[in-house]
Design a protein around this ligand. Sequence first.
Ligand SMILES: Cc1cc2nc3c(=O)[nH]c(=O)nc-3n(C[C@H](O)[C@H](O)[C@H](O)COP(=O)(O)OP(=O)(O)OC[C@H]3O[C@@H](n4cnc5c(N)ncnc54)[C@H](O)[C@@H]3O)c2cc1C
Ligand code: FES
Length: 260
Amino acid sequence: MLFKACVESVEELARHSYYLLLREPQLAAQSRPGQFLHIRIGESLVPFLRRPFSLAGACPQRGTLEVIFRLAGEGTAILSRVKKGAVLNCLGPLGRGFQFSASRLPAVLLAGGAGVAPLLFLARALVGKKRRVALFYGAASRDDLLPLKRLLPRETAVHLATDDGSSGYQGRVTDLFAGAVRQGMQPVELYACGPRPMLQVLTKKNEAWNFPLQLSLEERMACGLGACQGCAVSIRQGEKSTYRMVCSDGPVFAAQEVEW
Ligand SMILES: Cc1cc2nc3c(=O)[nH]c(=O)nc-3n(C[C@H](O)[C@H](O)[C@H](O)COP(=O)(O)OP(=O)(O)OC[C@H]3O[C@@H](n4cnc5c(N)ncnc54)[C@H](O)[C@@H]3O)c2cc1C
Ligand code: FES
């Protein structure tokens, strides 16, 4: 569970977005799409708490793990400056990842901003299972889009949306996908990760479409292990509501369970 991962490289991939390649063979062998690492950033007391990051990839053959993060505050700023050869104390792989159904339906992955990270890992896994995969990916502007050609299997169909229209569809990625459904998209399995409002809108729209939909949620975290209750979300259980921890019960939940 607790690993010391060696930094192989850190590079800026797009505006304010960084790619971190780590080496820790045992951790790489255990990691699945949708799981995350809880990383202690630096040896000093600042930042005090670990920071959670989805796995954007793991390669058991090479013993490597990929993390893609966007600058948000102090922790990610420090992480963007770590050097090759540094050792990061990582808890992981944490959480329950995406569920793979036996379905042969095409998979559609909807990503908003930094939410694309876990979906890159998922896309590779689904393509490996010979599933048809399309990624609908939205960002604020062209400069914020990750270089997907480098990060995705070439079999993945990519549909882009930007808020300012500088690349792809102008507007929200959920509207881009809704347009594809209106044009007669056949049933698909949906997987999504992104800002809360995006996931809320998607869940609402999906009430009409009724596609199987898994959401990867992000909440602020402290322990990452289900102990502090800091990341609780309200979950529907039949007629009742209950609380579940994003870190240990999630971060992936079936959309129909989540109470917004
Ligand atoms: C399961 C999980 C997986 C994640 N995966 C990724 C990832 O792959 N790539 C990535 O870029 N980010 C990811 N995040 C978000 C990432 O953990 C935060 O951006 C990071 O902890 C911010 O640390 P900081 O010290 O730089 O910023 P802080 O100084 O702690 O905060 C700066 C700003 O970021 C916001 N923020 C902090 N933590 C979160 C959070 N957990 N969710 C949403 N907003 C937050 C704060 O509200 C604040 O406005 C993930 C979060 C979770 C819970
Ligand atoms: S972060 Fe402590 S219970 Fe989830």
